[in-house]
Design a protein around this ligand. Structure first.
Ligand code: BGC
Length: 711
């Protein structure tokens, strides 16, 4: 134990130590003028019964509470303040699923750093981010917060978030503590229904679901949040396998663990705890240190100690981890470290806005572009239509600190003489839609092209927004159908928090740009893209289903026994009788305004051992008419192993910017690590044998070479 904390704890009573284990939210602030009036939180502070706070959006209130705390806390222990800074604080960046499409870890690290700068300017010390839950089901509303379906991409991007938030030391003035969540496998909820049961094997857990959390822990993430769901029938907060065996022993996590919001109480609803006391006992036994909003520790730990059912050491350990975080952040040196009177000058700064725009270019995925429909020419007469054109809500969910008033409407940004605006319909059913559709058809009668901004309202994704249908809500398809009658090119721009069903539009639209929600600079960035000032470079972080009934559909699936290699079972195959097995758009897919050629792929050797690595080199040539980014992807596929392994697994990617007519050399280094996997006991396995190697620009690429590994 650090001597400073040890000395402090030697002066603290058991009750004061238990006080540190509670995170309070303050549902409503009573303020007179700008000053807080006496309320419950003041009493908690005076009684030394609270360690941290969440959900305070006003830095002035944070400062006042910290002042009050430093006056009244018996041992002058600062509070820390946590908030959900998920994809930006005041300057909002694309939703995380969109950012993952950038395949650009340094961009994401910069975004996390910028978010940390704004958040720490507003009094916040810890962010409940990154969310490393792997997701294969777009019906789940929180898919928008994830890095998508791939374990490797999840691992790389989670690391980037943590490094950007925490930088090289939490003591840095503008570093913020990160909290990776939700441990574990929250994204695997059955049928995509929020908070639902998770029932996956240990093999699946280790093979696919743990890589993101583990990557955060390997990069010194300050804290871990428990998940709401069960795993093997036991809720995560009281799941000893997850918390003790995996998190603390296997991953050697030394930071503090916090429950999700009231998750300890919910263990009773999961029927794995008899009452609050039982929940407190089991949660502490799982080395969970901090309770978010639930108060089972406050109410029961002292009694449990008296009864000899827990030890003083367990309470000390939890308290130590909380104090250590405060110490590491530098809050004991300066409790007001993150309180700035001039915070308004620190947010929404030009560099942050520019970064948000750049992130938007790299997150948008061009799914289709026939007849060179995009980019638009300056002299073309364009109908800008759709329910998203006159709304400001383009941040996407989980942008809790932001104000959409800082955004721009499409109608404000796209104004010019060649453009006609027409709303067309609302995002969800509205009685005026019929009229608006008719009007849009009239308005577009003389345009050259129609750009249709459709999608979900931003509140349709995020927590507790699972959907069973993945269509465009309301009358949006009717609007599309009516405009189709005009026989003009229709360019669909989709703003949504999840992959939607795009089959009908793939068949009928001329071009499709999938924009997710892009944040503060959404409209200016979209204008740059649509008019060719920027070239979209996103690649899908998640496969798009052909239709809902195909979910989950993901690229790294396992083979079945049928069709068999011998070609038998023509009829009795693992397939649908009405749709193909594959997705509509595969993981890693995305077009550009330009075209690229991958050439001269060479392998330094086709034999790998523990003492050598294989260098793979290739040339990427931009053969089209614009400068642009390409993402070269490396996939590995074991031909045979002790367990069934996917045909393809992403193991490397390089995002390169190549000017028109220029070439760039790209290199990958292949080692035994790229061939390895975790077995169900969490052991890394290196298997000798042959492996297919695939190099391409999406996951639907074919074999480039076969290599052999012998130890
Ligand atoms: C969410 C967490 C979030 C917490 C605090 C919960 O409902 O599941 O992800 O960090 O609330 O806002």
């Amino acid at each position: 134990m650090e001597p400073f904390i040890q000395e402090l704890m030697s002066k603290m009573s058991t009750k004061e130590k238990i006080g540190q284990l509670f995170q309070s939210n303050i549902p409503e602030f009573k303020v007179e003028g700008n000053v807080l009036v006496e309320q419950d939180i003041h009493k908690l502070i005076r009684n030394n019964e609270v360690g941290s706070l969440i959900a305070i959006k006003d830095p002035r209130i944070i400062k006042q509470l910290q002042e009050y705390n430093m006056e009244h806390s018996k041992h002058k222990i600062p509070l820390f303040v946590a908030e959900d800074i998920i994809h930006g604080c005041k300057t909002i960046f694309p939703i995380n699923l969109g950012l993952a499409c950038s395949f650009n870890e340094s961009l994401i690290e910069k975004i996390a750093q910028t978010s940390a700068y704004e958040a720490t300017s507003m009094g916040i010390n810890l962010t409940f981010s990154p969310m490393a839950d792997l997701v294969r089901d777009p019906r789940w509303g929180r898919v928008m917060e994830s890095n998508g379906e791939d374990p490797y991409l999840n691992k790389v991007l989670t690391k980037a978030y943590v490094n950007g938030y925490q930088q090289d030391s939490l003591k840095n003035k503008h570093a913020i503590g990160a909290c990776v969540k939700h441990f574990a496998a929250y994204g695997a909820s059955e049928s995509g229904r929020e908070y639902n049961t998770v029932d996956i094997s240990r093999q699946a857990l280790w093979y696919n679901y743990l890589s993101g959390y583990q990557s955060a822990i390997d990069n010194n993430v300050a804290s871990v949040m428990t998940a709401f769901n069960t795993f093997e029938g036991v809720a995560a907060s009281v799941n000893s396998y997850l918390m003790n065996d995996v998190l603390r022993e296997k991953f050697n996590f030394k930071g503090f663990v916090i429950t999700d919001f009231t998750a300890t109480y919910e263990c009773i609803d999961h029927k794995v705890c008899k009452d609050n006391k039982d929940a407190a006992l089991k949660t502490l036994n799982c080395q969970v240190d901090h309770e978010m909003v639930s108060q089972t520790y406050q109410e029961n730990l002292a009694t449990l100690l008296e009864e000899g059912r827990i030890s003083e050491q367990q309470i000390d350990q939890a308290c130590y981890r909380i104090l250590k975080f405060k110490f590491d952040c530098g809050l004991f040196d300066d409790p007001f470290k993150n309180c700035y009177d001039d915070f308004e000058d620190r947010i929404l700064q030009p560099e942050a806005l520019q970064l948000s725009k750049e992130a938007a270019y790299q997150s948008c995925v061009l799914l289709k572009n026939t007849e060179n429909a995009l980019p638009l020419g300056d002299n073309e007469k364009v109908g800008i239509v759709g329910p998203h054109i006159d709304v400001l809500e383009h941040n996407g969910n989980w942008s809790v600190m932001a104000d959409s008033k800082n955004n721009y409407k499409i109608t404000d940004i796209f104004k010019n003489d060649n453009i006609i605006f027409s709303k067309g319909c609302h995002l969800t059913e509205d009685s005026s839609d019929k009229e608006l559709i008719n009007q849009a058809v009239i308005d577009c009668a003389n345009v050259d092209k129609i750009v249709l901004f459709v999608g979900e309202p931003e509140i349709m994704s995020g927590e507790a927004t699972s959907r069973a249908y993945l269509n465009l809500p309301g009358n949006q398809q009717r609007l599309f159908e009516a405009l189709l009658e005009l026989n003009k090119p229709i360019i669909l721009v989709v703003l949504a928090g999840r992959p939607l069903e795009m089959k009908y539009y793939e068949d009928n639209a001329t071009a499709i740009l999938y924009a997710w929600f892009l944040g503060t600079m959404s409209s200016p960035a979209l204008k740059d893209i649509l008019f060719g000032k920027a070239n979209p470079s996103g690649k899908l972080s998640m496969s798009f289903p052909y239709t809902v009934g195909q979910i989950p559909v993901y690229y790294n699936q396992l083979n079945t026994g049928r069709p068999s290699a011998s070609g038998s079972y023509e009829q009795y195959r693992s397939s649908y009788i009405d749709i193909p097995n594959g997705p509509l758009y595969p993981f890693g897919y995305g077009l550009s305004y330009t075209s690229f050629k991958l050439e001269d792929i060479t392998f330094s050797s086709l034999s790998l051992s523990n003492s050598n690595s294989i260098e793979i080199k290739l040339t990427v040539t931009n053969t089209g008419l614009y400068d642009g980014y390409e993402v070269v992807q490396l996939y590995v596929g074991a031909l045979y192993d002790d367990i069934s392994r996917p045909n393809k697994e992403l193991k490397g990617f390089k995002k390169v910017f190549v000017k028109q007519n220029e070439s760039i050399e790209v290199k990958f280094e292949l080692t035994k690590e790229e061939l390895s996997y975790y077995n169900s006991k969490g052991e890394i396995i290196y298997s000798e044998g042959n492996y297919n190697i695939f190099i391409g620009t999406d996951s639907d690429t074919s074999i480039t070479n076969v290599i052999n590994y012998t130890k």
